[in-house]
Design a binder for this molecule. Sequence first.
Ligand code: ADP
Ligand code: MG
Length: 254
Amino acid sequence: MSQVMVDVHGVHKSFGPLEVLRGVDLKVRTGEVTVILGPSGSGKSTLLRTINHLEKVDRGWIGVDGELIGYRRSGGKLYELKEKDVLAQRTRIGFVFQNFHLFPHLTVLDNLVEAPVSALRRPRKEAEAAARLLLARVGLADKAGAYPRQLSGGQQQRVAIARALAVEPKVLLFDEPTSALDPELVGEVLDVIKDLARTGTTMIVVTHEIGFAREVADTVVFMDGGVVVEQGPPAAVLDAPRQERTRAFLSKVL
Ligand code: ADP
Ligand code: MG
């Protein structure tokens, strides 16, 4: 069995009186695709945000590639990492947002080159060459000089995926990557994610695209009320769910 890349262990997170994550456990193995399904408000985005420490957990811990996120252990004690060390961890965890979040004032190429040069200290020439290969991979080799506003939503999201890949992330997190797109543009973005799955990129994808989950996921996770209600291979969770809450959700979205 392959190694565990992402290990979420007993994670709790509250916002004021609202407990949004109530003891989440999740293991994602290297090279596997995990799709997270669940109703709005169930804590999916918050969970993704804890994995790259955009949200600090109240209880539990998260490991990525054997490193504790946000902390280091020394002499049996836990110490919070300094901001620059958190940023270094975050750089190697790719995040693709619903609304693309490209830098509007930078060209497509410069969007891809920014993090490798400024955070990873790669030589600019090298970063540009790598960026051009990534643009070709998402079918946008001819858009290197364009600005985000000149692109369709589907093209912008493909740039965002290429940008996330530019730092050679250990894991890619997607938060509803196709929810903001016109229906006719969803397919081109899912095709890029499918291609990454085939080449063994470790990914966690929050989505409502059940067909995509069935086709691409190694594991489907159903979340509700801040906990993982059920998880397993797509055929088990989607076609023979064991929990009533999973059945109720699927009957609404299928
Ligand atoms: P999902 O992505 O599954 O729709 P979220 O993780 O975005 O769920 O949100 C779960 C709950 O936490 C929601 O009730 C949301 O309003 C609340 N929440 C999320 N982020 C914050 C925040 N920064 N402050 C207060 N409440 C928040
Ligand atoms: Mg969300």
